[in-house]
Ligand binder design. Structure first.
Ligand code: ADP
Length: 165
C-alpha cells in the first residue's frame, strides 16, 4: 500500500527546521503533502499564496512532494487526499503538550489516521517561524536558519539590509 503523509502547519514562513522534517519524511513515505493549514481570522505575516510560492521554491528539486492548502478539518483533508498519516515535528518540551492534544483529538476524529512525530534536528531545536519573524523584524540576520528565498522575502517585508548581523 502506498504510504502518503500530510505535513500540516502554518509555515509562516517555512524554516530550515521544517525543511529538515520534510526531507526526513520523504525517506519514510512514498508521498508527502505539505499542507498550509490556514484560518481566515488568524493574522499572518505572509499570505497563503506567498507561503505556497516559497515552499514550492524550496521543494522544486524534490520528487514525491507537493503543497496544498486548507482551512478545513485536518483529518478530512487527510482522508480526501488518500493519505493515512499526519507528520509532525517535535522540538523542545513546549511542543509536546500541544502536539499531544492535537494527536489525540485527531485520533478521536478519525481512527484511520495516525500521527507520526519526528524529533527535530539538533541544529533546529530553537528555530520557529515566530522567533525568525521577531528577529528579522528587528533587523537581525536569520541567514542559515531559513531557505535563501525566505531570507530574501523577509528582508523585503521588513526592508532591512540582508547581511546585517
Ligand atoms: P511554527 O511552530 O514554527 O510556527 P508550524 O505551525 O508551521 O511552525 O509547524 C508545523 C509543524 O512543524 C509542527 O509540528 C511543528 O512542531 C514543526 N516544526 C516547526 N519548526 C520545527 C523545527 N525547528 N524542528 C522540527 N519541527 C518543527
Amino acid at each position: 500500500m502506498k504510504k502518503t503523509a500530510v505535513y500540516p502547519g502554518s509555515f509562516d514562513p517555512i524554516t530550515n527546521g521544517h525543511v529538515d522534517i520534510i526531507k526526513r519524511g520523504l525517506r519514510m513515505f512514498d508521498e508527502l503533502i505539505i499542507l498550509i493549514a490556514y484560518n481566515q481570522n488568524k493574522k499572518t505575516l505572509f499570505t497563503v499564496e506567498e507561503r505556497r510560492r516559497m515552499i514550492e521554491d524550496v521543494i522544486k528539486d524534490c520528487k514525491n512532494v507537493r503543497v496544498d492548502c486548507s482551512d478545513g478539518l485536518l483529518v478530512d483533508f487527510v482522508k480526501e487526499s488518500g493519505a493515512n498519516v499526519i507528520l509532525r515535528g517535535l522540538r523542545a518540551l513546549s511542543d509536546f503538550e500541544y502536539e499531544f492534544q492535537l494527536a489525540l483529538i485527531n485520533r478521536r476524529l478519525s481512527r484511520e489516521v495516525e500521527t507520526v512525530f519526528l524529533m527535530t534536528g539538533y541544529k533546529w531545536f530553537y528555530t520557529s517561524s515566530t522567533i525568525i519573524k521577531e528577529a528579522a523584524s528587528l533587523g537581525g540576520s536569520v541567514k542559515g536558519l531559513v531557505p535563501d528565498i525566505v531570507n530574501l522575502r523577509l528582508t523585503e517585508k521588513f526592508a532591512i539590509p540582508r547581511e546585517r548581523s
